[in-house]
Design a protein around this ligand. Structure first.
Ligand code: TRP
Ligand code: SF4
Length: 327
């Protein structure tokens, strides 16, 4: 695989702030790809509106938190184009133009459309904007002519749709866009504190900016294998989310030890968790350090050069599209 143009986006929703699931699912690859091609990394605030249009007060502070997360993990705005989606108005023009040729059925068929509507039942997201979510995502990608998209596994279907739209466009109006491919990490899903998939909306996440104290508070009461009701009951580590986190953040001796001692009730869950707390702490420490260095800088100052470079590329693409579509 030889990526040339890389694009990805992250939504500034809820309290902002990225968690370990974002890191394992995608951000890790954002970092890795930074030296392998031209990278466009976007904070997609319009996408946040698709689900949060009724409650917009936190969007700006979420943008700030997400930007700090990106800087904290090592995304370098001098290497990568880091920008705010809404600063690139050309995205909205291309969204409108592609809306003309995107079959309604393709959007209605997207599994996340019905799933999220059911899951976020407290909000009315039976809207034009929410239906258009994957088209807007397609535009984010293709406006930069990206071929490689580092995302979590849950985004694979969106990328399939993006390729279908690209093929339809290229057929109707002439070759313009490459077909974007997802770039996945080997660990697809990280469990959260309750054992379900780690997700902001489940309230079970460990955030990249959690302090040592918060980390302890969260992991101590974490769900374990139900077989270990008493200290003397042996467990099955494969059925314990604490163990899955060990596999991601502990070294091979620790993993082997926990695995053996859990099965024989040689180690108690609290001691097992203490090792995990120590290791996640050590893992997060460099992020915390880098984050604190950026904390005083104004968001606008960091985003401005990236916004400018993103607009330049978007303008080039949109003027090509206008020509091809005769408008
Ligand atoms: N839908 C993506 C998510 O929820 C976010 C996103 C928006 C995105 N635009 C994108 C990801 C473009 C990759 C490329 O994670
Ligand atoms: Fe989970 Fe560790 Fe307890 Fe085993 S000892 S059940 S792996 S917390």
């Amino acid at each position: 695989m030889n990526p040339r143009i890389i694009m990805s986006g992250i939504r500034p929703t809820g309290t902002g702030a990225a968690h370990l699931g974002h890191w394992e699912g995608a951000l890790k690859n954002w970092l890795k790809l930074q030296d392998m091609g031209a990278c466009y990394y976007s904070i997609v605030d319009w996408h946040a509106l698709t689900t949060e249009y009724q409650d917009v007060k936190n969007i700006q502070s979420s943008v700030r938190q997400i930007l700090l997360d990106l800087l904290a993990v090592g995304i370098d705005p001098e290497k990568s184009v880091v920008y705010l989606q809404s600063a690139v108005k050309e995205i909205s023009e291309l969204f409108l133009l592609l809306g003309m040729m995107t079959p309604l059925g393709w959007l209605e068929r997207v599994p996340t459309f019905k799933e999220q509507q059911a899951q976020l039942g407290d909000r009315d997201i039976n809207t034009f904007g929410f239906l258009g979510y994957p088209l807007l995502q397609t535009v984010d990608i293709i406006i930069m002519k990206a071929d490689t998209v580092p995302v979590g596994e849950d985004q694979v279907y969106h990328l399939e749709l993006a390729r279908e739209i690209v093929r339809r466009f290229n057929n109707l109006y002439g070759d313009c866009f490459p077909e974007p491919q997802p770039f996945l990490t080997p660990i697809p899903k990280l469990p959260g504190l309750d054992g379900r998939k780690m997700s902001k909306s489940y309230g079970n996440a460990i955030y990249l900016n959690d302090s040592t104290a918060v980390l302890e508070e969260k992991i101590r009461p974490m769900v374990t294998d139900v077989r270990r009701k008493r200290r003397s009951d042996p467990g099955v580590p494969e059925d314990c989310p604490v163990f899955t986190l060990h596999q991601a953040y502990s070294n091979s001796e620790e993993i082997a030890m926990v695995s053996a001692e859990c099965r024989t009730a040689g180690i108690g869950c609290l001691d097992c968790k203490k090792i995990l707390i120590r290791n996640i702490n050590a893992f997060l420490e460099p992020f915390r350090q880098r984050r604190s260095r950026y904390e005083k800088i104004a968001v606008a100052d960091i985003l401005e050069p990236g916004n400018r470079r993103a607009v330049e590329q978007a303008r080039r693409t949109v003027s090509q599209v206008r020509e091809l579509m005769n408008v």
